[in-house]
Design a protein around this ligand. Structure first.
Ligand SMILES: [Zn+2]
Length: 130
């Protein structure tokens, strides 16, 4: 049973984190505390940030995600495909979870975008850019 309190609501979630990112499979590497020093870009992601939902300054836990793109989804000429693996890493994500309200914010480390997840992102379809 996986139920996570979100604000006042307790919502059933199909997944702990989005299983897909714009349709591509995500491999999450597990929650852990933030290291004392984080060598990631952008640097703002490493600074303590208050939760955008509840304002908590308690240190968030983080989870690194790898987005895999199936080459069948890309317009790659068949002649080149033979030398490639079936999937390749497209994007690295870093999810930050508020330990107080369980709000998740995902930083796209490849493109520099920051996304606040909503309940729809945890369904089988995963998260789609709106
Ligand atoms: Zn919060």
């Amino acid at each position: 049973m996986s139920r996570v309190a979100v604000g006042q609501l307790e919502l059933p979630r199909a997944h702990d984190l989005p299983p897909r990112w714009d349709g591509h499979r995500i491999e999450w590497h597990g929650w852990h505390a933030q290291p004392a020093q984080v060598f990631i870009c952008p640097p703002s992601a490493a600074k303590p940030q208050p939760c955008v939902r509840c304002g908590s300054m308690t240190e968030q836990v983080m989870n690194r995600g790898t987005v895999w793109v199936n080459l069948d989804d890309l317009a790659i000429p068949a002649v080149r495909r033979g030398r490639l693996h079936a999937e390749r890493v497209a994007t690295t994500l870093m999810a930050f979870r508020c330990v107080d309200c369980h709000h998740d914010q995902v930083h796209d480390m490849t493109h520099g975008d920051v996304w606040d997840l909503d309940p729809t992102d945890y369904a089988d379809e995963g998260s789609w850019q709106q």
